[in-house]
Ligand binder design. Structure first.
Ligand SMILES: [Zn+2]
Length: 251
């Protein structure tokens, strides 16, 4: 059993590593013909990475987060995102999640890359995600109540963002709408609040380290939405009921 779990984790982590490398090359306008064949190298000194540096997650730990050749720091986004996708694959597998939850996770993973590293998300990717979610909703879900609740919540968020300026961008709202279409309202609420709480903790933590004013830190929301989506899709119903019990204790 453990072997299967490890394989699934590494499948996710390797896919993450592959997606990150491909997106990096696309951003740097590296020729499409060499996209699949070229080996990875250090961003600073251009030295080719050795086989163990390429092991997802563990490669980073083995080189202690620095290039072996020039000692420049490797962006911790890479190992963290690899661990995230590996862990998410394992959770979704254990939960026997629908295939569309996996696909949405991959969309979120792509968006997180742009949001975290470039602080903006490509519009056509968000629109493709939304279209995919609408199709899933029409073909597999068909619960009008959940859509009414989701739209209600999103309208609420939209009004809230008018008040608390800039906490959510319009792209983030479209991503939340896409998620809301394919999971239950309880799972969605859990995802939504978890993403806010985790992003806030990140901002506070980041503020403590960099001594920047928390209000001025621009938080990329998609990575936190992605993390919360996996937890929400798997444990959302349980977490929601537990929190409800805490707020309104059973008589
Ligand atoms: Zn280097």
């Amino acid at each position: 059993m453990l072997i299967i779990y490890l394989c699934i984790f590494f499948l996710g982590a390797s896919l993450a590593s592959y997606i990150n490398a491909t997106l990096y090359r696309i951003e740097k306008n590296i020729k499409l013909s060499t996209l699949l064949t070229e080996s990875s190298y250090c961003e600073k000194c251009k030295k080719k990475l050795t086989w163990y540096e390429l092991i997802p997650c563990f490669g980073y730990l083995l080189i202690k987060g620095r290039c072996k050749n020039c000692r420049s720091k490797v962006n911790p986004y890479y190992p963290i995102s690899e661990a995230f996708l590996g862990g998410s694959f394992l959770l979704l597998y254990l939960n026997s999640s629908h295939f569309y939850i996996w696909i949405i996770l991959l969309f979120l993973f792509l968006l997180s890359y742009y949001d975290f590293l470039y602080k903006e998300i490509p519009r056509n990717l968000v629109h493709t995600l939304l279209i995919f979610s609408i199709l899933v909703f029409i073909l597999f879900i068909q619960i009008p109540l959940s859509v009414i609740i989701t739209i209600g919540i999103l309208l609420g968020i939209f009004l809230l963002t008018k008040i608390i300026k800039k906490s959510f961008g319009f792209g983030d709202i479209l991503v939340l709408l896409s998620i809301g279409l394919v999971i239950s309202p309880k799972q969605f609420l859990t995802t939504f609040w978890l993403s806010i709480v985790s992003a806030l903790l990140y901002a506070i933590f980041n503020g403590l380290i960099t001594k920047e004013d928390i209000k001025k830190i621009k938080i990329p929301m998609i990575p936190f939405i992605s993390l919360s989506f996996v937890i929400g899709a798997v444990y959302g119903d349980v977490i929601f009921s537990k929190i409800l019990q805490l707020i309104i204790p059973p008589l």
